[in-house]
Design a protein around this ligand. Sequence first.
Ligand SMILES: [Zn+2]
Length: 184
Amino acid sequence: MSRALVLNATFEPLGAVASRRALLLVLERKAELLEATGRRFHAMAVSYPEPSVVRLSRYVHVPYQARIALNRRSIFARDGYKCQYCGAAAENIDHVVPRSRGGEHVWENVVAACKRCNSRKEDHLPHEVGLRLAKMPTRPMGRAWILLAEAGVRSEWLPYLGQPITEQLAITMSTTADFDSLAG
Ligand SMILES: [Zn+2]
């Protein structure tokens, strides 16, 4: 199922919903259609463009910054789908301080890694086996990251997601041909 990006009345990204639900928001005049996917929903004699980006008619107050789920997809996205030791395509999640040595499963201690670096590291600290991190892992911030981690991102969304995330995605999208299918 396709997903649509929902923007607040202020154009701030809020999240992603099923495109069918986004269409209902548009039909109920709760949102305006900004971008369509090119596909159409057919209902009886009429058809509607499938929404890709909609903007709410009324401002919705967002009281808190939701925490971003720590999972394989979100870690790979943060790290640009590249091994943080050698730059090869990421295949595994690596605990910088191994769990066997007290390392925690937290944003600051997990990185994307290729199979080779991951198995070379095993129960060692990076410097013990001659590996060095490209950068220190940190907790990603911002709603655009939530979208990225949970829904995947369609190309039509990029202009609405802000500059830093757009630059990041330009890299990741070119290296992940089936990124769109992750939205599933
Ligand atoms: Zn590697």
